[in-house]
Design a protein around this ligand. Sequence first.
Ligand code: SF4
Ligand code: SF4
Length: 455
Amino acid sequence: MHNDFHHALVVDNELCYGCTHCMMACPTAAIRIDNGKAVIIDERCIDCGECMKACPVDAIFVEQDDFKKIFEYEYRIAIVPAVFLGQFSKKISVKEIVDAIKETGFTHVFLAEESAEVINEVMLNEYDSDRERPLISPFCPAVVRLIQVKFPGMVENIIPVKTPVDSTAMYVKKYMQDKGLPEKRTGIFYVTPCAAKIAALKSIPEDEIVINGVINMDMLYNKVYHIFKTRKGGNTIEDGSFTGISPKVLKWSLTGGEADNMKGRCLAIDEVHNVTKFLERVEDGDIINVDFLELRACDHGCAGGVLMTENRFLTVERIRTKADRIKEDLPEQPIEKYHGHLKANAGISEIEPRSMFKLDEDMEEAYRKMQRIRHLMCFLPAIDCGACGAPNCQSLAEDVVKGKAHLSNCIFIQRSMEKNRKLSNEHAIRLIEKVWGKDRLDKNCNKKGAENETD
Ligand code: SF4
Ligand code: SF4
C-alpha cells in the first residue's frame, strides 16, 4: 500500500501555453517545459496540486470517475470528508446537506473521518514503540509521498496506520454486509477534496481495494448547490446512516485536528512549502525533542484542498461552528460496535522510500554524477530563470547528468557558445524551439498582456 505511484493530475495540452507558472510552483521540481507544454515527471510528482492552483488557464485537471458509475450499483454509498460540510452556509444543517447528497443519487452517506477515534487510539499506541521520533502522521498522502521522494531517510518516522478514509471504507463495507446488503450490488465512492487522495486510493492493489470509485468534491458541490438553489420542498429519499459525528471527528482534517489529540510535544504544519522547509530542519537535526508531527500539504489542511470550491477560511470557521454546536453526550454510534475490527485491521505495511535524488544504483557512480552536477553548476548562471524549460539551474544540471537534457538548453550557455563560435545562430533557434515550441518566437498580439489580448 502507498508504494505504487498512481498520479491523478493531467495536463491538457490544448490549453497549456507553457507559461511556467506550474513549473515554478512545484515543490519537487517535477515539471519541465517541452515543445511549449508542461510535462509532469512521474517519479517526482507527489500529487500535491500546487501546479493546478498556479495554472492561470486551468490547463491542469484532476482525473475522476464518471459520476454515472454510481448508478451501476443498487446501494450507492458516498463517503464524504467533513470539509464538504463547510462548503455551505452555517444556516444549512448537516442533515440538509446529507439529504441533498442523497438527492444526487446516493442511497447512504458516511463521514470519511468517522473512524478517526479508532485511528487516534492506534496512533497513540505507537508512542510505546521504538519508532524514530518525531512520529509523523500518515494522514496526508501528498506529505507521505513528499517524504518518500525527498526525505527517504524519514519514512520510518511515518506511523504505518490506515488513514481514516480507508478505515471508514472498511467499516462501511462490513456494516453493509451485516445489514444483509449484497457486496456486488453495493458501490462505495469517496468524495475527495484533493488529487493526492485519488492518487493514493488508485495506488492500492486491486485485491485490497474497498472503494469502488472517486468523485471530485467540486463536482458533487455543484450538484448539491444546484439542489439548494432549486429546492421546492422535502424529499422522499431514505434517511439515516450519517453517524459518528463528534467534534474531534469533524475537526480531524483541519490544521491541528490530529496534533491536538496526540501526546507530548506535537506540532501541526500546513502548506507543502512550509512542510518541506520544516522537514529539512528536522533532517538536519536542527529540531529535536518533538514527539509528533501533523503535516498537511494544503494550507489549512483539507479545507485548502484543490477541489474545494469555498474559501478555506470560511470552511474552517463553519466546521468549527458546527463542531461547537455538537452536544457532549452523543448517543452510541453504530461504528462503535466495529472498533475492535477496525483496530485489528488498522495497520498497513511499512512505507518504502523512493528517492527522486538517486542518481545511480551504484554508489560510486552516483558520487561521480553528483560531482558532475557540481561541476556543471560552475557554468550555469544560478539565476533560476526557467528559460531552459527546467525550474532552476540545479534541475537542469541534474537532467543533463541523467541524460535527459543538454547544457546548451541554457540560454546563457548558448550565448557563450555563439560568442566562441561553437554554436550557430540557426542551431540556437532550434534549441529554443525544442523547449518553447515552433511559434514561440513569432509575433502574437493575442497573447496575455499584448495589444489584442483575447479572453
Ligand atoms: S502535483 Fe505537486 S508535485 Fe506534482 S507536478 Fe504538480 S506541483 Fe509538482
Ligand atoms: S501553468 Fe502554464 S505551463 Fe503550467 S499547465 Fe498551466 S498553462 Fe501550462
